[in-house]
Ligand binder design. Sequence first.
Ligand code: NAD
Length: 328
Amino acid sequence: MRILLTGCAGFIGWKTCEQLLDAGHTITGLDNLNDSYPVALKKWRLGELEKGSQGHFQFVEGDLLDRKLLARLLQDTKPDAVINLAARAGVRASIADPLSYVETNLSGAVGLMEEMCRAGVKKLVHASSSSVYAGQQPPFNEDQPVDRPQSPYAASKKASEILAHAWHDLYQLDVSVLRFFTVYGPGGRPDMSPLKFIHRIVQGETIVLYGNGEQQRDFTFVDDIARGVVASLKPAGFEIINLGGGNEPITINQMIELMEGFVGKKAIIEKQAWNPADMRHTAADITKASRLLNWIPQVKPEVGFKELADWYLKEQAWLAPELSVYNG
Ligand code: NAD
């Protein structure tokens, strides 16, 4: 297949491109390389991708909001499907800068769908988030009503799902909306606790913990997520699908303990008040992903966090200074 993938320099985009290339697909990857976190990490991922691409990956630096660019890319590359992973991500940052979330996550998605329909592209895979389940009782399933998103990020993702549904009804666009649950692994995001905490433990920097650390997360290894994204190119119609660890959530304290064991160092922890925009516990019901995509996550936290720790230790010469300056 020929695929246009947005957010290709991002954490999930990078791994998804890798798996698509391994499966023999050809990719045009779009990313604006914004500075939401160190650009060096985004460039490192692109470098890794280009190494293994054998000419089947073309990177285009540009913005999802640039309609002329989108139209040209769709016209020139005639993709069989589009995977939209470009977004402003993260709950807390969305409270500080809500408008940029609405612009990229909503206007960006709508512009993309308009241009896709104009170009006759029939299939969209669109990234949503477990954060839309805020206020619900876990385990979360796709039929639960999610009408109280508790952050601009979650609201932008929920609104993008509704708009994608409208595009399906209006223009018969096939859409797989994927609700990802806390993705982690090598090459991860420094604004998220897995990479941020491992960096701080190794460097002897203080970890700020909101609440008592007993909040549970359904951590999902990035290779599993990428496999789910690739599988979701198949279904027709409009589907919302959870991709999560599958009811094996661990607490933040357990994650820290695992990391301490892998790097042989104790974390320095400062506890601060619970942030009400954060979710207490997340857990995915993955019955639908298993039925529709034959998808079940393979990587257990003990294995995945070890891979993250090993990767960090291998790359820390260039990565650690970037992350210490970023301090996200
Ligand atoms: P990421 O920030 O690493 O990747 C997003 C990429 O999109 C970045 O490289 C960024 O430069 C690019 N981008 C942002 N705005 C853009 C724009 N206007 N034009 C072009 N490129 C733009 O995030 P990620 O973790 O890879 O997340 C990918 C998707 O999955 C996002 O939609 C995110 O909301 C969603 N998601 C991620 C997680 C997770 O745990 N990582 C959980 C739930 C949902």
